[in-house]
Design a protein around this ligand. Structure first.
Ligand code: G6P
Ligand code: MG
Length: 225
């Protein structure tokens, strides 16, 4: 008994772009007099660009200082900085354990999906030379709600043609774990300080197929009792 698909978040799971998002936001926030730290960054993981900006402005008490045109300009500035920081991204930036896991999932005939709300996801997969490893990537431009809404994971399941209950989702963000749980998939959290994950691992280096298989079997035999 195996899952039919494993669906990955991108930033912070496949590669460490989560930190690059933070550096770009910190610069833009600094330019408008708002200081942000790693604590607020945790709340931006899995959250769309415009929603992230709204949270940053709120944290600095500046929601009302900018009209929608000015907000779009700030988001564009952040994206330009972020995209510039992606320039040197190459396969060396794939996080430990991920490349081997992707290969093994294909070997096991388990479908592989991507559920990232990043509009830069295609560019990042290309730079990591991982495009061919994903059977379906949910299109962030078609998604209305950021995580913790399950929309992006449900879109990935639909694109792969699998039932959420037959899938595992992997996330590094609290909003992402909640999105996976709400979709009806089993959730694997990677990192510290995460709650409600069905399985929690300290880093991606611990992720491998035998572990996911045991996890799947344990959960399903528990359900059968
Ligand atoms: C991911 C990241 C978020 C980021 C979002 C949008 O979910 O975890 O931090 O804000 O993607 O990314 P984008 O590349 O479209 O600005
Ligand atoms: Mg993430």
């Amino acid at each position: 008994m195996k899952p039919e698909a494993v669906i990955f978040d991108l930033d912070g799971v496949v590669t460490d772009t989560a930190h690059l998002h933070f550096l770009a936001w910190r610069q833009v926030a600094g330019e408008i007099g708002i200081e942000i730290d790693e604590r607020i960054n945790e709340q931006l993981k899995g959250i769309s660009r415009m929603d992230s900006l709204a949270r940053i402005l709120r944290s600095g008490g500046a929601e009302l200082r900018f009209d929608s045109q000015a907000k779009i300009k700030l988001a564009e500035r952040k994206n330009a900085l972020y995209v510039a920081s992606l320039q040197h991204l190459d396969p060396a930036a794939i996080l430990p354990g991920i490349a081997a896991l992707l290969e093994e999932l294909h070997h096991q005939h388990i479908r592989v999906g991507l559920a990232s709300v990043s509009l830069n996801a295609p560019r990042i997969l290309q730079a990591l030379r991982l495009k061919g490893q994903f059977d379906f990537c949910a299109d962030a431009s078609q998604i209305e709600h950021s995580k913790p809404d399950p929309e992006i994971f449900l879109a990935a399941c639909a694109g792969l043609g699998v039932e959420p209950a037959r899938c595992i989702g992997i996330e590094d963000a609290q909003a992402g774990i909640e999105a996976i749980n709400a979709s009806g998939m089993l959730s694997v959290g990677v990192g510290s300080g995460l709650e409600h994950a069905d399985l929690l691992l300290p880093t991606t280096a611990e992720l491998n197929w035998p572990l996911l298989q045991t996890f799947w079997l344990t959960k399903h035999s528990a359900h059968a009792v």
